[in-house]
Design a protein around this ligand. Structure first.
Ligand code: PEP
Ligand code: MN
Length: 358
């Protein structure tokens, strides 16, 4: 991995190279697993060691983390390897305990960023504390929640702030565990240009074989670093086994990554494609929202016509709509037949809804 200079903000003052590499297991399982992983990671480009001490599981019954007893293991990692150490905090009690054991960097998980009360509780517990804090994106694709999380922590006086992009969940996703939706991270970066932006490809991919590609896309987008879940025995990990990689594989990945200079404006095909696709996703969502609004109004019109005993189909009004929309499309350079077909389909549905209106 070629190291180039970049805008590293407070990461610089911690002496962290660009891109910053955060690695370590999804969960701390035992002292031996934590220390063995950390020592293996010494042979890689890692500079911050991660391990989940408290694990917020979506459903009960899974491994929920070893809790406070794992914090001395992180201290040992720091002593023996010199890594900075980081863990996730989900409430004020976690913050208090992480501070008691002097964890270097705290992060707020995706299931916490969704909840303003929880983020505020953490922010209050962090008042007067001088530690870096990283805010993961919320599980759902809501930029405002992510911005709000950052703002709450910022307002608590934390100056060493960063964000982690770990993707967004959806009901069924074919290629990703959590879709990257790069556009949201780019929008966040526009609002907070000075915040280091770190990619978590492990939770985006949910599998091992696509981590390299997704990380490369992030580096092409000038991200400041990445957090990759790494385990000495990934297949037998107590959480997120499918996506964890060995320290050896991490070395191969960082060797293969191409770090682009900030001044380079070259965009890769995949990067452009991903941005265009997320633009399309946003527009498609808007289209569906607009159609819903339109059908809601058809329903109101249906009720009104029924009350007044007026016929549903008013041909002249319909002709007017069609002509004016086809004209509009023509002015914008859109294909007339295409727009005409779409409006015919909308009209059919609208009449159906008016018929069904009680
Ligand atoms: C994790 O980093 O192990 C984790 C729980 O991540 P997220 O909050 O992104 O799901
Ligand atoms: Mn995990």
């Amino acid at each position: 991995m070629e190291i180039t200079k970049n805008n590293r903000k407070w990461l610089d003052s911690l002496g962290l190279s660009h891109p910053v590499v955060i690695a370590g297991p999804c969960s701390a399982e035992s002292e031996e697993q934590v220390l063995k992983t950390a020592h293996e990671l010494k042979k890689t480009d890692t500079n911050i060691f991660r391990a989940g001490i408290w694990k917020p599981r979506t459903r009960p019954g899974g491994f929920e983390g070893v809790g406070e007893k794992g914090l001395p293991w992180l201290q040992k990692v720091r002593e023996e390897t010199g890594f900075k150490v980081t863990t996730e905090v989900g409430n004020a009690d976690h913050v208090e305990k992480a501070l008691k054991y002097d964890v270097d960097i705290l992060w707020i998980g995706a299931r916490t960023t969704v909840n303003p009360f929880a983020v505020q509780e953490i922010a209050d517990a962090l008042k007067g504390v001088d530690k870096p804090v990283l805010v993961k994106n919320p599980v759902n694709p809501d930029l405002a929640l992510w911005l709000g999380g950052v703002e709450r922590i910022k307002a608590a006086g934390i100056s060493q702030l960063g964000v982690i992009h770990r993707g967004f969940s959806s009901y069924k996703s074919l290629n990703y565990r959590n879709k990257p939706k790069w556009q949201i991270a780019i929008e966040l970066k526009k609002e907070f240009p000075d915040l280091p932006l770190i990619l978590d490809p492990s939770h985006i991919c949910g599998r091992r074989d696509t981590i390299l590609d997704v990380t490369q896309t992030a580096l092409d987008l000038n991200y400041d670093g990445f957090m990759i879940e790494t385990h000495i025995d990934p297949d037998n990990a107590w959480s997120d086994a499918k996506q964890q990689i060995t320290p050896g594989r991490l070395s191969e990945i960082t060797e293969e990554l191409v770090i682009r200079k900030e001044s380079s404006s070259k965009e890769t095909f995949q990067q452009k494609l991903d941005i265009y696709r997320s633009d399309l996703d946003i527009l498609d969502n808007k289209l569906v929202g607009l159609l819903k609004n339109r059908m809601d109004i058809s329903e109101l019109i249906g009720a009104l016509k029924r009350e007044e005993n007026v016929a549903i189909l008013q041909s002249s009004r319909w002709e007017e709509i069609l002509t004016s929309m086809v004209d509009e499309a023509n002015k914008k350079g859109l294909n007339k037949e295409f727009i005409s077909e779409i409006f015919k389909a909308i009209h059919v549905e609208s009449i159906k809804i008016q018929h069904e209106t009680k």
